[in-house]
Ligand binder design. Structure first.
Ligand SMILES: Nc1ncnc2c1ncn2[C@@H]1O[C@H](COP(=O)(O)OP(=O)(O)OP(=O)(O)O)[C@@H](O)[C@H]1O
Length: 346
């Protein structure tokens, strides 16, 4: 069975500004399968939000423009479908959760009614049936006393509970794909963990595909099955979550991992921020976009676009370091891994 639900192929997205063409997404390809969470990570401005907003056709056009590429979702290329079809898909087959739950909820409407509206928009059901489904959904996302909570307004909920309501709305129409853009950034740490756990649990229960955008590698480690590392609008590395953390290949991924606090750090070891700033997307570099900030850049990195190298096991890296004849280098550090069989750190 083909469980692929989304396939993005060679996507290019630009914004036409007074200063010129901002090349926000360049030649991006990836897939999402049922039952998996694909995390998209990268620093601010790397193109994470533009990627998912393009999938949902929510980028402002103009100035935004899909220059080329395809976005296949359930047999349709979303690049080509009408606005009417997109309106039906958004909140229907494609659920969305954003950073700030308050912006996704209407403060003047009781939350039960807001969930019912989504259900009725996407399913042919009676009011009574929609109400029943809405209460079930509130229960499913872990809201205590769902019958009472049904009649309350968003401001009567705490931040974490509000995000649960947003998840209930996103999943009310039983989507196949759930897009989460920094879903826990606005929440405090203990609530963050609960919301991530909830998304994970519902993903498994409902067998949906999830795209999770985050700049937080801790969130990735906890929730993702697969990871795409984006930089300057490009995919620089893609791997399953274990390989990404324990066998990262791109110098940019090394930089991201080095800037992450780790339990195995010596007390005198300091976190390293990646020096420098990302390139100007009005005029992106022709070679490896990370070259100017990388300790491992070679002459060719400044001159020619690196190939996307297939390392096997669905691990891809866009780098000259892994073509035949390239110098062998060791990553600057390795995350230690507890191996249960011999009890030693690997
Ligand atoms: N409306 C717009 N007009 C011009 N440029 C834009 C517009 N929207 C986004 N961009 C540019 O597209 C690039 C990618 O932005 P995007 O918001 O996707 O980054 P991001 O990785 O999601 O960052 P963050 O974590 O800060 O949200 C940035 O250079 C941004 O300036």
């Amino acid at each position: 069975m083909d469980d692929k639900i989304l396939e993005v192929k060679n996507l290019h997205v630009s914004f036409d500004t007074y200063a010129g063409e901002v090349k926000a997404i360049r030649d991006l390809s990836f897939e999402v399968r049922r039952g998996e969470t694909l995390a998209i990570v990268g620093e601010s401005g790397s193109g994470k939000s533009v990627t998912v907003q393009t999938i949902m056709k929510l980028i402002p056009m103009p100035p935004g423009r899909i220059k080329s590429g395809e976005i296949w979702f359930e047999g349709q290329d979303l690049v080509k479908v009408s606005d009417k079809v997109m309106r039906q898909l958004r909140g229907g087959k494609i659920g969305m959760i954003f950073q700030d739950p308050m912006t996704s909820l209407n403060p003047t409407i009781k939350i039960g009614k807001q969930i019912m509206e989504v259900i009725k928009l996407h399913k042919k059901v009676s009011n009574a049936e929609a109400k029943k489904l809405a209460i079930e959904m509130l229960d499913k996302v872990g809201i205590p006393k769902p019958k009472d909570r049904f009649k309350q307004y968003p401001h009567e909920f705490s931040g974490g509970m509000r995000q649960r309501v947003v998840i209930a709305i996103a999943l009310a129409a039983e989507p196949d794909l759930l897009i989460c853009d920094e879903p826990t950034t606005a929440l405090d740490v203990t609530i963050q963990a609960q919301i991530l756990e909830l998304i994970n649990q519902l993903k498994n229960e409902m067998n949906i595909g999830v795209i999770l955008i985050t700049h937080d590698l801790g969130v990735v480690a906890e929730t993702a099955d697969r990871v795409i590392v984006m930089y300057a609008g490009e995919k620089l590395e893609e791997a399953n979550v274990v390989d990404l953390f324990y066998d990262p290949k791109h110098p940019y991924t090394w930089g991201l991992l080095e800037s992450l606090p780790r339990l195995d750090m010596d007390s005198n070891e300091r976190l390293k921020a990646i020096p420098g700033t990302p390139p100007d997307l009005l005029n992106p570099p022709k070679g490896d976009p990370f070259a100017a900030r990388s300790d491992y850049a070679m002459v060719i990195d400044y001159e020619e676009e690196p190939p996307l190298v297939d390392l096997g096991n669905n691990h891809f890296v866009k780098s000259w370091l892994y073509v035949e004849g390239a110098p062998k280098i060791d990553p600057p550090f390795r995350l230690k891994r507890k191996d249960k069989t011999d009890g030693e750190d690997l």
